[in-house]
Design a protein around this ligand. Structure first.
Ligand SMILES: NC(=O)c1ccc[n+]([C@@H]2O[C@H](COP(=O)([O-])OP(=O)(O)OC[C@H]3O[C@@H](n4cnc5c(N)ncnc54)[C@H](O)[C@@H]3O)[C@@H](O)[C@H]2O)c1
Length: 308
């Protein structure tokens, strides 16, 4: 079993630790924020409950998770380093420099960046050949998919080894041939968000209606049948003709998202400020948290069947 040094013990760092420790790997987390370390084991416990792990099995996982505010002791003996710090290039560069000062050149570093370029992160490194994009989805202890991408300088052997390790956890690993911002999943996800915002800006419907349309139509089948399989299923001639008529009307916005920008200018950030695209009551916040987990669990069986 390997020892993983995890830099950043936030939402993703602790979930990645749970996914690794459940497979028997040792994990040592580092975070400069004492608050992130103080409740780490409580958060790990909650994550384990979600996976249905309890009693002695849960205690065994907890034993494999440790935390320290000292970067050196978290990483000194690590076989692999996992970076899960905030999504800003300057922070990634700063953290990579600190990590490289501690770990020998042969130790691979996995970045969990969502949308930053792996090549761009590697550009600030002494040994960019050891950097692999290994993108987990939230919550990492439940969601099967992990996307793996090389930067321009990445050693292909380390990409292969990352894939093998992720597969050995029982996860679904997909490999990108090259580094693109957003990997695959976030590109698809935010193409949908961009078009939804476009429909709002065009006054076609309100935000609640957009969610209703997705949840009661193609959202129902996405976990069972992917868009490529569906395109073949309905026929590529039909798919081509729909695109010929529709593509010219779809958003290609890259800078301006008026409805979203106005909300942000007015201080509305969504759930945290109780107003965003929708109005957030305490009840909605609790309800959404529950539906997120229940929905993922329900769809897991369908997803597993679909990728077989
Ligand atoms: N939240 C998601 O749904 C999600 C999903 C996939 C990938 N990611 C990516 O994972 C990464 C982490 O996201 P998150 O949601 O866990 O963020 P988070 O804010 O929950 O956690 C980040 C942690 O990093 C710590 N940190 C800040 N500076 C640090 C430093 N210099 N050294 C070590 N730790 C430091 C913070 O104290 C915090 O605990 C980001 O790149 C994000 O894009 C997030």
């Amino acid at each position: 079993m390997a020892l993983f040094g995890i830099v950043g013990a936030g939402l993703m760092g602790h979930g990645i630790a749970v996914a690794l420790a459940r497979a028997g790997h040792h994990t040592r987390l580092h975070d400069p924020d004492p608050a992130a370390l103080a409740d780490l084991h409580d958060r790990v416990e909650k994550a384990l409950e979600l996976t249905g792990t309890s009693g002695p099995a849960s205690a065994a996982v907890q034993d494999l998770v440790s935390a320290t505010s000292d970067l050196d002791s978290a990483l000194r003996q690590a076989d692999v380093v996992v970076e899960a710090v905030p999504e800003r290039m300057a922070v990634k560069h700063e953290v990579m420099a600190s990590v490289e000062a501690v770990v020998p050149a042969h130790v691979p570093i996995w970045s969990n960046t969502s949308v930053l370029s792996i090549t761009g992160i590697g550009a600030g490194m002494r040994h960019p050949e050891r950097l692999v994009g290994v993108h987990w989805w939230n919550p990492p202890h439940l969601i099967p998919l992990v996307e793996i991408a090389p930067g321009d300088a990445t050693n292909p052997r380390l990409v292969h080894e990352a894939e093998e390790l992720i597969l050995s956890l029982g996860k679904t690993a997909v490999r990108l041939q090259r580094d693109v911002p957003g990997f695959i999943g976030n590109r698809l996800q935010f193409a949908l968000v961009r078009e939804a915002l476009h429909l709002l800006d065009e006054g076609v419907c309100d935000a609640q209606t957009l969610d209703t349309v997705v949840r009661t139509s193609f959202g129902l089948r996405l976990a069972a049948v992917g868009p490529m399989e569906n395109a073949d299923y309905i026929g590529l001639d039909l798919t081509r003709s729909i695109l010929a008529n529709l593509a010219p009307h779809l958003s290609t916005a890259t800078e301006s998202f008026p409805a979203l920008d106005k909300l942000l200018t007015d201080g509305h950030r969504g759930r945290a400020t109780r107003q965003g695209l929708l109005t957030w009551t305490d009840h909605r916040a609790i309800d959404v948290a529950g539906r997120l987990v229940d929905g993922i669990r329900r769809n897991l069986a369908a997803t597993e069947a679909a990728v077989r």
